[in-house]
Design a binder for this molecule. Structure first.
Ligand code: ASP
Length: 600
């Protein structure tokens, strides 16, 4: 039976007790993590959000407290009144911050009983994630998740404080709105009052924040919930949180100067630093050097183009490919990695052909492996290849003695990305990634548009409100694919943690871009008419960025899953296992929304 809290008032958190409290009378409240009965003396480890403290119930100190302790089971909620005592030297627990003290109970009240939980409340347990998500309230009692949520809170507060100091005003924008295209499917909400009409949950507050600039708010931010109905990947959730920012009259530099100190402040929370200015790479350079638009710079291993060398080397492995425009790109695996010939063959089969190129029969796309030894070179020479060119190739790739150069050959786009994936795999496999580092990178000069081969039309790489670079405007009609955008992404440790752009603030240019995207004037009017109209009432040049708060929290917490930093996350198939959503609804609810005919 549960007892009443009565007039008991907590004096300390369990996890906060230290030697300095010895002799004090304290009142603690928490969950019984464990209970041990050592022949008359009962020990209860009491847990609250600050940690665990040992409570001792001895019949000679208090018979009623001892009797109550006897009833306590795992996860019971208990109030303890007692005295803090120093533990004897042989019972000190060096693994607990409170391990030098214990509380001798004078009174114990069982405030709430608990059913036996489906899994023990401990970190690093092997419990299947589905079970943990079903009982998320138990899962969240784990110290690591508690720390993660509190770290996330502190990051959010730091960001709020910083943006406030910089003159930004936090403004909420509607959840029930009209579609803003960010390239994903909308979540739609049917209107009860207007059958056949739907609100769209925001993919981002993009157009609202731009309109706030037209309204003269000058500097806006919002910790904004966004919704995108996409197939989920490990680092995505259907609803996620962005630090959404927009400001008037910025240059790209203004954005970089605003965001870099923000990240420095946030890193300060985990005692880490990132020197400014953050490095920058153009999108094209990032692809060439790292085979990715979000390279992980915690290790080097750059990619080099060795097409010229391979073409004249005299190896017959790639007939016709290089002549037909394929490129050859190389990474250097350091000798210290100690890859055996067997492992190299497996890397070719499983990684390169299997997972990366995805076609194990494409023999002529085999990775070429070249070990920087005199023996390999002599071997090549015996096969009729030029030793001098081979040496040049090794030097260009930057290989030292005994290093292994891996060369992939394919069409320009795919091979760059393929080598990027291989680079990541090798970096991880050889433990080259500096796990303690935080490496930022700005990626700039994205193409404004890319051609969608399926839909046979140009689509925005960022979103359709992104401004083209002034010097590329002339190419809009002739070579749209070469127009670069005033867009930038910020990458941290191989994750895209933010992206934004300077916007089009001219309605004529905006209309022209819509036409380029094959959005007819009529469709543009119907979807964004309000915005095109607003642009005509005196629009300041403006721009902004959105930072992915979930990902930032995940990286800060040293986690690899977003679910570790979101209190109530969804599974990969978009379900909430605790509440059981999505769920079916009653017929009358559907009827109200005009969604099905009335069934008799
Ligand atoms: N709305 C963009 C996004 O969600 C960010 C921006 O352009 O500010 O990715």
């Amino acid at each position: 039976m549960a007892e009443s809290l009565g007039d008991l008032a907590r004096t300390h958190y369990c996890g906060s007790l230290r030697e300095e409290h010895v002799g004090q009378s304290v009142t603690l409240m928490g969950w019984a993590a464990t209970r041990r009965d050592l022949g008359g003396v009962i020990f209860v480890d009491l847990r609250d959000r600050e940690g665990i403290c040992q409570v001792v119930a001895r019949p000679e100190v208090s018979a009623p407290a001892h009797a109550s302790a006897d009833r306590v089971r795992g996860e019971y909620v208990v109030a303890v009144v007692g005295e803090v005592a120093a533990r004897s030297a042989d019972t000190v627990n060096p693994n607990l911050p409170t391990g030098r003290v214990e509380v001798l109970a004078r009174e114990i009240r069982v405030l709430s009983e608990a059913r036996t939980p489906a899994f023990p409340i401990e970190d690093d347990l092997g419990t299947h994630e589905e079970i943990r998500l079903k009982y998320r309230y138990l899962d969240l009692r784990r110290p690591k998740l508690q720390q993660n949520l509190r770290l996330r809170h502190r990051a959010t507060m730091e960001i709020r404080r910083y943006l406030d100091e910089q003159g930004f005003c936090e403004i909420e924008t509607p959840m029930l709105g009209k579609s803003t295209p960010e390239g994903a499917r909308d979540y739609l909400v049917p209107s009860r009052l207007h059958h056949g009409h739907f609100y769209a949950l925001p993919q981002s507050p993009q157009l609202f924040k731009q309109i706030l600039m037209i309204s003269g708010l000058d500097r806006y931010f919002q910790i904004a919930r966004c919704f995108r109905d996409e197939d989920l990947r490990a680092d995505r959730q259907p609803e996620f949180t962005q630090v959404d920012v927009e400001l008037s009259f910025p240059r790209m530099e203004t954005i970089f100067e605003l965001v870099e100190p923000l990240f420095q402040r946030v890193l300060g929370l985990v005692g880490a630093e990132a020197p400014r200015p953050f490095p920058r790479l153009s999108y094209a350079e990032a692809l060439l050097r790292y085979g990715s638009d979000k390279p992980d710079l915690r290790f080097a291993m750059p990619i080099t183009d060795v097409s010229d060398e391979l073409a004249v080397l005299g190896l017959a492995n790639y007939p016709g490919l290089l002549e037909a425009g394929a490129r050859a790109r190389a990474i250097v695996v350091p000798a210290s990695g100690g890859l055996s010939g067997m492992r190299l063959r497996k890397i070719n089969e499983e990684l390169w052909l299997g997972r990366i190129v995805g076609d194990a029969r494409a023999e002529k796309r085999n990775l070429l492996t070249l070990k920087a030894t005199d023996e390999t070179l002599a071997n090549l020479a015996r096969k009729g290849a030029s030793e001098e060119v081979a040496r040049r190739l090794l030097a260009k790739a930057g290989a030292g003695k005994d290093d292994v150069v891996l060369v992939g050959v394919d069409q320009p786009g795919p091979v760059a990305m393929g080598m990027g994936l291989l680079r990541l795999e090798m970096g991880r496999e050889l433990k080259l990634v500096d796990e303690a580092a935080y490496r930022f990178l700005w990626v700039t000069d994205f193409p404004l548009l890319e051609f969608d081969r399926e839909e046979k039309r140009w689509v925005s790489l960022h979103h359709p409100f992104t401004a083209p670079r002034d010097e590329d405007l002339a190419l809009l009609d002739t070579e749209p694919g070469r127009v670069r955008a005033k867009a930038y992404d910020i990458v941290l440790n191989g994750y895209e943690v933010g992206g934004g752009s300077l916007r089009i603030h001219d309605s004529t240019l905006q209309a022209r871009i819509f036409r380029l995207l094959s959005i007819s004037d009529e469709e543009a009017r119907e979807r964004f008419g309000y915005f095109l109209e607003a642009l005509q009432y005196g629009t300041p040049p403006h721009g902004g960025i959105a930072l992915g708060l979930d990902r930032i929290a995940m990286i800060l917490a040293g986690e690899t899953s977003l679910r570790q930093v979101i209190a109530f996350p969804k599974t990969a198939s978009g379900t909430d296992l605790m509440t059981g959503s999505p769920a079916s609804v009653r017929d009358d609810q559907l009827r109200d929304l005009g969604l099905i005919a009335v069934r008799k």
